[in-house]
Ligand binder design. Sequence first.
Ligand SMILES: [Zn+2]
Length: 282
Amino acid sequence: MIYTGEKQQTVAGEVVFSGVGIHSGRTTKLVIRPAEADTGLKFRRVDLPGEPEISVCAENGQESARATTLVKDGTAVFTVEHFLSALHALKVDNAVIEMDGPEPPILDGGSLPIVKSLKEVGFMQQGAERRYVTITEPVTVYGDKDHEQMVIALPADDFRVSFTSVNPHPLVGSQFCDVTVDEASYEKEIAPARTIAYEKEVEALHAAGLGLGGSLENTIVYSDDKWLTPLRFPDELVRHKILDLIGDLRVLGLVKGHFIAVKSSHALNGRLAKKIAAGLNG
Ligand SMILES: [Zn+2]
């Protein structure tokens, strides 16, 4: 944990979103509100009695293959990674994220609409000093079944992600992307990248009660021989994986480090975050 002399910030006003959640298909209103210094990020479920809050921290992270889930005392929010990713990249230290349901709107499937709305409302500097979580020695996690699946966190003075994704489909294939994350690189290179789904997977997802809010408006769908959605980048898949990783790491706070990921998933990202958090506390 280091201080750099920078000040904490929150949003300068309310930032409001509304739309369907990609998995639940339910329409949800989400409002990002200013919060006091040292609050961190918190979700608040305004649809439940007592409006329970869930802090964004590694301890509240729950392993899930498809989406980032946070749980506190039986109250959950899920698929929160795109909002956390934008708030991380734009260095929002403190905010309360109110939702009238468990899952935020998926919007266009990436985080560019979130970045744009946050920038429109703007930020307010606070008196307290900003803290960064830093990596002091290499931390590695591997996939349970697939040892090619891994993430390594290394010490670095900035926040950098190098990601290799491997997909057996000839249209997608192996992709590599390396980005040093700041507001400008994030907005241009990462935020526009959307969620991806294989046409044949969609039916199985629906049968499992997932992806019910998915459509060609918010998901890049590909079939055996073509893209059903025009791509924004030839390597949009790996860019979106970076978007997700930036969101998954926000449970730690604002981070500095070099994260090298191969075939990583939400579950593995979450395990890395827990391991780093355990090192911070231990
Ligand atoms: Zn995602």
